[in-house]
Design a protein around this ligand. Structure first.
Ligand code: TMP
Length: 213
């Protein structure tokens, strides 16, 4: 398994808090040290990501298979574009992404079957660490209820499938050599943030650059 050093991914169902936690981590890193830090997310805000967002909001209707290819295309740019994940991580920056290819293996695996997302994502290198935000779908869906509009996957029935699928996809990924840390995402945001920090701050990039801390 090819691994991108200095690259961390946050994964979880909708409403599991990955976006909130990345914002909290960004704040913490900004205040504590000068290590180059690049928070990012998928779908991206690039051209392909914008098409995906439109499909998620049902502004355009696309086949699930098309969406699967779009996620993979968006990811390919995210990784290999100028100043993308690969370049930034190789230059010694810490890159943390809100979602990456496991999201496709889970969501598009449910929508299209396992084969297509596995093929479309087979060439992408793995992150150094994947942090999974584990939460009961019933609790997660309560959290996102107040959002003004619902995207195509934000329904309890689908989120139950997402949670179950994450567990099997993560098991597979771990067996192939991927490093996964599981966090109880039903706790208070500040407690979760501390747990995220305790994982991230043990990474070699921090140990090598102790002077930053
Ligand atoms: P977000 O809620 O984290 O912004 O992600 C948008 C939605 O896109 C979310 O429901 C998860 C979904 N998604 C996929 O279905 N496949 C993918 O590969 C990614 C990155 C996200």
């Amino acid at each position: 398994m090819d691994i991108i050093r200095n690259f961390v991914v946050l994964e979880g169902g909708d409403g599991s808090g990955t976006t909130t936690q990345l914002a909290m981590l960004t704040e913490r890193l900004k205040n504590t040290q000068k290590l180059p830090f690049f928070p990012t997310f998928e779908p991206t805000d690039g051209k392909i990501g914008l098409i995906i967002r439109a499909a998620l909001k049902k502004e355009i209707i696309l086949n699930p298979e098309t969406i699967c290819f779009l996620f993979a295309a968006d990811r390919n740019e995210h990784l290999y574009e100028k100043d993308g994940i690969i370049e930034r991580a190789a230059r010694g920056g810490l890159v943390i992404s809100d979602r990456y290819f496991l999201s496709s293996l889970v969501y598009q695996g449910i929508e299209c079957g396992d084969e297509l997302p596995e093929i479309a994502n087979s060439r992408f290198p793995a992150p150094e660490i994947t942090i999974f935000f584990d939460i009961k779908p019933e609790i997660a869906i309560e959290r996102i209820k107040s959002r003004p509009s619902r995207e195509i996957y934000e329904h309890l029935d689908f989120q139950k499938k997402v949670h179950e699928k994450y567990l099997s996809v993560l098991k597979n990924f771990t067996e192939k050599g991927g490093r996964v840390e599981i966090i109880d995402a039903s706790e208070e945001a500040s407690k979760i943030a501390d747990k995220v920090w305790s994982i991230i701050s043990q990474m070699p990039i921090f140990i090598q650059s102790e002077s930053f801390l």
